[in-house]
Design a protein. Structure first.
Length: 145
């Protein structure tokens, strides 16, 4: 360490130059900060699971999608929109045993609505599906001679 020399009056000056000491201490502090392991703090939270609302009814055996003549879509008797229908179809895929889906369109329902429902079932990859009530359409599609 450097020490200051005496003054002109002949007295010795005993001050220590602390600049190199501070430099060494700063380098040691930086090395200490770098080598400390990063402390990770985890907070365990029980987040809500994606479950359907309590008011919807999903039958574990079969679910019926009905399309009325005014293009209203019903899920087990309750009206639904296309996005809600998609959510319910996705929920049924997550069950241990995927329930059957019965599609029952009215003979006078618009084809576009029936096609949209079929497209949603295809996008949801529903494999157990059946058309029910075809016997009601005999009078509508009977060939007139």
């Amino acid at each position: 360490m450097a020490m200051a020399a005496g003054t002109a009056e002949g007295e010795p000056m005993m001050d220590i130059n602390t600049t190199p000491l501070i430099d060494v201490m700063l380098v040691l502090l930086i090395m200490f900060i770098i080598t400390i392991p990063v402390q990770t703090h985890a907070v365990k939270l029980d987040l809500p699971q994606a479950t359907p609302p309590q008011d919807e009814i999903v039958d574990p055996i079969k679910n019926v999608v009905t399309i009325l003549r005014d293009d209203t879509i019903l899920w087990n008797g309750g009206p639904v929109t296309i996005p809600v229908l998609r959510q319910r179809l996705e929920y049924t895929k997550q069950l241990a045993v995927v329930p059957e889906l019965h599609l029952q369109p009215n003979a006078e329902a618009r084809y576009e609505v029936v096609d949209e429902v079929l497209a949603q079932t295809k996008l949801a990859e529903i494999t157990t599906m059946g058309f029910v009530g075809n016997e009601y359409y005999v009078d509508v599609f009977q060939y007139q001679h």
